[in-house]
Design a protein around this ligand. Sequence first.
Ligand code: AKB
Length: 319
Amino acid sequence: MSKDIILIIGANGQLGSVLIKELQTIHGIHKVIASDVYSVPNFEGIFELLDATDKAAIHEIVKQYSVTQIYHLAAILSAKGEEQPLWTWDLNMKMMLNVFEVARLTAINKVFFPSSIAVFGDQAPLENTPQSAFLNPATVYGISKAAGENWAQYYFTNYGLDIRSIRYPGVIGYQSMPGGGTTDYAVDIYHSAVKKETYGCFLSADTKLPMVFMADAIRATVELMEAPKENIKTRTAYNIGAMSFNPGEIFAEIKKVYPTFEVEYQPDFRQDIANKWPKSIDDSEARNDWNWEPKYNLKLMTALMLEKLEDKYNTIKSK
Ligand code: AKB
């Protein structure tokens, strides 16, 4: 069993709520401290209420539990962020810099900070977007992630702080719901299909975006964090790719299982965000440096999403 004590900030979010279980399995349930600004009922493990804009509060938890690693997952995402740009910037930057500063001043040996494909804008090639493409993000969320990547590089260069990061594409899982993102449609659509509702899609049928299944996203995170330090050549954030599809293609895949399922396309402001994001990702550096390799494609993921969501809704009905 590992000697590390892990603090997860944003443990109730889409990724955090799944990652926490994986980290509990790897490190032991008493070695993982989950934290968020709100609590969830029946949480199994150690949980602390934590507002990450309060640096002293983060410091206190790190001291209290002798934390050695932090996964900082809390952020306002792309679509929600556009509603209140300055508030989003303040919040995302403050939480992140608080985490980096506490890590610098304590015995933290590794930090995980998620970045996103939102760092790219219309100056980057849309297909096979390279690791080192020019970054001109069009959303406040993307700007905050691009700044965060540069801060990660700065803390590594100047203080030797081992911060590791991934530019996540849209993450799709049955365990948790995303909130406030532009790629959220690719989770919502499965829920509508299983509930036998018509889905109102906020992106057009041909809007291709890169996506990753939750199991692959979690494995990527753990593999990056466990990779030997000398293998980590990118100190901003790694591109990872897994699959790319558009709403029309995911609809067609679902329709094979639910022939009566229907989608209505009602593009809104999120269409403009998606239009500037990569359609597919060149992740050769992640593959070379820490052997990243996705396992799920659209077909495999759809089969699993529908099976697991059917179980979930049937259990709810039978209660
Ligand atoms: C979003 O849509 O904002 C996120 C992301 C791609 O970072 N899912």
